[in-house]
Ligand binder design. Structure first.
Ligand SMILES: CC(C)C[C@H](NC(=O)C[C@H](O)[C@H](CC1CCCCC1)NC(=O)CC[C@H](O)[C@H](Cc1ccccc1)NC(=O)OC(C)(C)C)C(=O)O
Length: 330
């Protein structure tokens, strides 16, 4: 089997990309953030503290004839942005892009942190990282990808994210109409559970490409591109007036600045991020100071090829026995 689901940016800054996910019988549709940087499928629910729900769609297990409580199971997650959620676990029928997992672990939130409450565009996450990142206790629960991979024509899902418009995630098929040229594959290190790979280097604007190994993760759940200090400094050295602002917690520049393209290497292939993608957004609404889509990864401790990078490419997440990532321009 194979399937496809449209994914749309949740706002004009492409902060995150959500997909409609059907849960239960009859179907309850929630908009979840497909996140290759984590491995819990969790949702706002009828069990979520009422004061912490603010406009999100919720999953009500008691209204589903196919829901079952997993007795004794709990979960708790904390993300890179310090947001948190936790709760209990049900199994139920989950369908994404026409593909159904008949008994998917659905982690039901009893409590969520303020940033989730204030974001009515996200009703939860569907983690597509490796099982080692799943937070369920006393034992990890399989991801949606784990549960469907055996039925897929090919053990893959692909990401075709776009700037300010709908893209798609496909399951079980590689649609060659969605990219140009050929796919270049690179090995994935599944420790500690991310889609971790080594980029072959970078280029800034028309400057010569620099061949150097840059280890990072392909993370659909992270908005920006986070790389080593040296690379980030070299990039913003070409943007007059750019500075690393303590006030705003990262590199900023005049919104009117011309930003050079940023190229990153995958094997012998090169993916070009248009300079415009590196103008993330004004630091506050209406400001003439803009926050960069490329930021320093030092404080994170790992480089992250987030949505700013991913939306410049077509990416194959290959979950075969030797996991790998395929990259192509589009
Ligand atoms: C639980 C762990 C096992 C896994 C865990 N994984 C991660 O933290 C990476 C993962 O991709 C998480 C997934 C996100 C968590 C928060 C909700 C949205 C998804 N990424 C993250 O935690 C990284 C933070 C994201 O980049 C947020 C996303 C966002 C977007 C819109 C509104 C609010 C927040 N963007 C964000 O902060 O964008 C700015 C900086 C431009 C404001 C970890 O490594 O700790």
């Amino acid at each position: 089997t194979s399937g496809s689901v449209a994914t749309s940016p949740i706002d004009s800054s492409d902060d995150a990309y959500s997909i409609p996910v059907s849960i239960g019988t009859p179907a309850q549709v929630l908009n979840l953030d497909l996140d290759t940087g984590s491995s819990d499928l969790w949702v706002f629910s009828s069990l979520t503290t009422a004061s912490e729900v603010n406009g999100q769609n919720i999953y009500t297990p008691s209204k589903s004839s196919t829901s079952k409580l997993v007795s004794g199971a709990t979960w708790k997650v904390k993300y890179g942005d310090e947001s948190t959620s936790s709760g209990v676990v049900y199994t139920d029928k989950v369908t994404v892009g026409g593909i159904t997992a008949s008994s998917q672990a659905v982690e039901v939130a009893k409590t969520v942190s303020a940033s989730f409450t204030s974001n009515s565009d996200i009703d939860g996450l569907i983690g597509m990282g490796f099982d080692s990142l799943n937070s369920a206790k006393p034992s990890a629960v399989p991801t949606f990808f784990d549960n469907i991979i055996g039925n897929l024509d090919s053990p893959v899902f692909t990401a075709d994210l776009k700037h300010n418009k709908a893209g798609s995630y496909d399951f079980g098929v590689i649609d060659s109409s969605k990219y140009t040229g050929s796919l270049t594959y690179v090995a994935v290190d599944t420790d500690p559970g991310y889609w971790k790979f080594t980029s072959s280097g970078y280029g800034i604007g028309s400057a010569a490409f620099k061949s150097t190994s840059v280890v990072g993760i392909a993370d659909t759940g992270t908005t920006l591109l986070y790389l080593d200090t040296a690379i980030v400094k070299a990039y913003y050295a070409t943007v007059s007036g750019a500075s690393n602002s303590a006030t705003y917690g990262g590199w900023v520049f005049k919104c009117s600045a011309t930003l050079p393209n940023f190229v990153f290497g995958v094997g012998s292939a090169k993916i070009t991020i248009p300079g415009s993608y590196i103008n993330y957004s004004p630091v506050t609404t209406g400001s003439s100071t803009c926050f960069g889509g490329l930021q320093d990864s030092t404080d994170i401790g790992i480089n992250i090829f987030g949505d700013v990078a991913l939306k410049a490419a077509f990416v194959v997440f290959d979950g075969s026995d030797t996991p790998r990532l395929g990259w192509a321009s589009k």
